[in-house]
Write a protein that binds this ligand. Structure first.
Ligand SMILES: *Cc1c(COP(=O)(O)O)cnc(C)c1O
Length: 370
């Protein structure tokens, strides 16, 4: 066991959810769009509206994971079989797996050098190969600006489904894009396992809902489409309702650790780069950029009992199961460089400011600054 863990989930306690579970047991309703699930869907929209992160007309659909949510959102678009969907090379493999499960073809593109994300200009340059949809990713939890993506979608006619897995509570969903969030235990807003589609497109949500329930729609027992079972159960919805109430505390803790890191990083200017706009959001997982010293930093930190992770690495084009969709590595120069540079540091609400000071001081030694 490392002395300082990279990630520690922050979920509701049994006491936080006891009252919801009593309700569930009394109703004997455990899944299939139960009352806790409906309440969670309503309350999460109210929560987003209260934080100016959703319009009042937006709706949420729960599902079993973000991976399933991405598949459902893509399938609800009713694109031609095998149609091409642009996905950034630097993301969690689920982004590409969802495209494949939806019967579509992922096309991997490089990411921006500063945001480390798929940006609208990259998508625009990649069009012309038959791409009909784009899946930008809120990499490491960095929320994306919606206006440029909406403009991209309007200009090109391309569908945009945002993999916002690690950004619930920070990503603005106002406007016409569709967002998919993860509620996995390792995400900032965790319930254990779960996903959430947020959109103002009622037709898309209705279709995704039916697809999440085998494709049942209309007369009982009749499937209208070949769906899957990707519903959220009531136990997870109970966690979701409790997590909404805990969120101000969960977020404040993360924010204060992030502030401590940013203060500690000031001595490392020139040696260490942060993701674009780093001061404007709280990361889901913390990756910092060195110049080619990722591997050295991993070894040094590990030797001192500090766990590190290479979040979203290897890049999509390097996974054996995805290699058939890979272009030559020269197609992905930024991702290739980020592979050498990125260092995944411990980041969670249970770190102390001493932990942060120690981590950054080891990093300073490693990167050659005192
Ligand atoms: C975590 C993550 C997912 C998968 O979320 P699940 O809810 O575990 O399916 C998808 N995409 C990205 C970018 C992620 O970080």
């Amino acid at each position: 066991m490392p002395r300082i863990q990279c990630l520690i989930p922050d979920l509701p306690s049994p006491a936080d959810i006891a009252a919801y579970l009593e309700e569930m047991a009394a109703a004997r309703w455990y899944s299939n769009f139960g009352p806790l699930n409906s309440r969670f869907q309503e309350e999460i929209i109210q929560f987003l509206v209260a934080h100016s992160l959703a319009n009042a007309e937006a709706e949420a659909l729960t599902c079993s994971s973000a991976t399933a949510g991405l598949e459902l959102a893509l399938r609800a678009l009713e694109l031609p079989a095998k149609a091409k969907v642009l996905v950034p090379a630097l993301t969690f493999p689920a982004s590409a797996l969802a495209v494949l499960s939806a019967g579509l073809t992922p096309v991997f593109c490089d990411v921006d050098d500063e945001s480390w994300m798929l940006e609208p200009d990259i998508a625009e340059a990649a069009l012309g190969q038959g791409i009909v949809a784009v899946m930008p990713v809120t990499t490491y939890g960095r929320p994306l600006p919606t206006a440029p993506w909406q403009a991209f979608s309007e200009k090109t006619g391309c569908h945009v489904v945002v993999d916002a897995a690690a950004s619930l509570g920070q990503q603005d969903t106002r406007g016409s894009l569709t967002f998919v969030f993860s509620l996995h235990a390792t995400k900032p807003f965790g319930v254990g396992e779960g996903g959430l589609i947020v959109s103002s497109d009622k037709k898309l949500l209705d279709s995704a809902k039916s697809l999440s329930n085998f494709g049942f729609l209309g007369p009982a027992g009749v499937i209208q489409a070949r769906g899957i079972n990707a519903k959220m159960g009531e136990y997870y919805a109970a966690n979701g309702l409790a997590q909404i109430r805990r969120w101000p505390d969960v977020f404040e803790k993360r924010k204060s650790i992030w502030n401590a890191y940013q203060r500690a990083f000031t001595g490392l200017e020139g040696k260490l780069l942060l993701q674009k706009d780093a001061e404007a959001f709280v990361p889901g997982t913390l990756m910092v950029r060195s110049s080619g010293q990722g591997a050295t930093a991993f070894t040094e930190l590990a030797a001192r009992g500090i766990q590190t992770r290479r979040w979203y690495l290897p890049a999509l084009y390097e996974h054996p199961a995805l290699r058939e969709f890979a272009e030559p590595v020269t197609t992905y120069p930024v991702s290739e460089q980020l592979k050498q540079d990125l260092i995944g540091l411990p980041f969670h609400g249970f770190l102390s400011s001493d932990d942060v000071a120690e981590i950054v001081s080891i990093l300073s030694e490693t990167l050659g600054t005192q």
